[in-house]
Design a protein around this ligand. Structure first.
Ligand SMILES: Nc1ncnc2c1ncn2[C@@H]1O[C@H](COP(=O)(O)OP(=O)(O)OP(=O)(O)O)[C@@H](O)[C@H]1O
Ligand SMILES: [Mg+2]
Length: 376
């Protein structure tokens, strides 16, 4: 699967911007404020149907405009599909695939997306919730059918917590907890098993990537579950043991909704002791490990959207990054303020941006090419 082109209209500072992408490395370069991060965000929006940067998509509508639009053409086995997402102030966002409203299956028609943006460092530096949901997202990409266990768990947890609140307030008796404990435990052990399996797949590839990037002691990636129950009965028993405490608190204090993923170097948490460069390297290594696991499973390589990855790296580490990026193949869109930030020998396509405009329209963006595409 290859994203062949992205066309953007009134998206942040990009008034009209159409770029053609190559199947390997694509370097998007230009001065600060040129619109590089905006173009990555627009690419994500077209394909995923939501922003990777903000919860409020309306933020992305260019000042003074009422609609923003981003469109991407994806080629897969000789077939082209058009992904379009528009955001209006009045109605919010809408995603279309080949002109039809996008459904839950449309994600399978485009490459998975791996995003590195500086604020995603929260995944390494922040609290466990971000790591849990990232891990669950990866499980869903690898085993789409397993996403249901995650949803069942969340529903059961919400119901159990609501009931705990009522018991605490005296408007319900503790007897009703039994049924929710069973439901929570049955979805919970599936979730624990999926997360454990996912981390077993990721850990070796993570260490290989981290050591290829060569930024300090090689970090390790480990699942840190609360409960290690393999059978629903065991998790249900653990929940039953803690019922009194749960009622006193009014929420469930045990189970996989409190799991964490440890990222450690020399046995110390990177979130506390890692340098900025080591934390970045760990996030990149995680994205590379996920790409490896998807490829090993026969899935399409993810489109890597890498914003500002080179800014804190010296020349040697930039070279290692690019070599590693090129190793497994697949498509990447990577931003830099200078073209020299990406070592030259790597085969790549360069797109220069200034003030929200590509400096040279790419061949795909010429009127002739567009007419040819429409005729085809
Ligand atoms: N809704 C919006 N409407 C118009 N312009 C916007 C909007 N949101 C952001 N911008 C502007 O877009 C410009 C480009 O932002 P962007 O983050 O893409 O730059 P960049 O090329 O990534 O720069 P840097 O190298 O500093 O990261 C900024 O000057 C910002 O003010
Ligand atoms: Mg930027």
């Amino acid at each position: 699967m290859v994203v062949e082109s992205v066309s953007v209209l009134d998206f942040r500072n990009l008034a009209t911007c159409e770029v053609e992408l190559g199947p390997g490395l694509n370097l998007l370069w230009g001065p600060n404020g040129a619109g590089k991060t905006n173009l990555l965000e627009a690419t994500y929006l077209a394909l995923a149907g939501r922003s990777c940067r903000t919860r409020d998509d309306r933020e992305a509508i260019a000042f003074g405009c009422s609609l923003a639009r981003s469109e991407a053409v994806v080629e897969s086995s000789g077939r082209r599909r058009n992904f379009l997402c528009s955001v209006t102030r009045a109605e919010g966002r809408r995603q279309l695939v080949d002109g039809q409203a996008a459904g839950p299956d449309s994600a399978a028609l485009r490459p998975p997306l791996a995003v590195f943006m500086p604020d995603r460092l929260a995944l390494v530096k922040g609290p466990p919730a971000a790591r849990r949901s990232h891990l669950d997202g990866f499980c869903a990409a690898l085993w789409p059918a397993r996403a249901e266990a995650r949803r069942r768990y969340s529903r059961a947890l919400a119901q159990r917590n609501a009931l705990l609140g009522r018991i605490r307030a005296g408007s319900a008796g503790p007897g009703a907890l039994e049924a929710w404990d069973r439901e929570l435990a049955s979805a919970g052990v599936e979730l624990i098993a999926d997360r454990g399996r996912a981390l077993e797949l990721l850990a070796p590839a993570f260490e290989r990537s981290a050591s290829a990037l060569d930024l300090g002691p090689v970090p390790a990636l480990r699942y840190r579950p609360r409960s290690t129950a393999a059978e629903p009965a065991q998790l249900a028993a653990e929940l039953a043991e803690r019922r009194d405490g749960d009622v006193a608190r009014g929420y469930t204090g045990w189970g996989p909704h409190l799991d964490d993923v440890a990222l450690e170097a020399d046995g110390r948490a990177l979130r506390r002791y890692g340098s900025q460069g080591q934390q970045r390297a760990a996030l990149l290594a995680l994205l590379f490990a996920e790409r490896r696991a998807l490829l090993d499973d026969g899935r399409p390589a993810p489109l890597m959207l890498l914003d500002d990855v080179t800014s804190e790296l010296d020349a040697d580490h930039r070279r290692l990054l690019v070599e590693h990026l090129a190793d497994d193949g697949g498509q990447a869109l990577i931003t830099a303020t200078e073209p020299g930030h990406l070592p030259a020998p790597a085969p790549r396509r360069e797109i220069a941006l200034r003030g929200g405009h590509p400096l040279q329209p790419t061949p795909a963006a010429t009127p002739e090419a567009r007419a040819e595409r429409e005729a085809a």
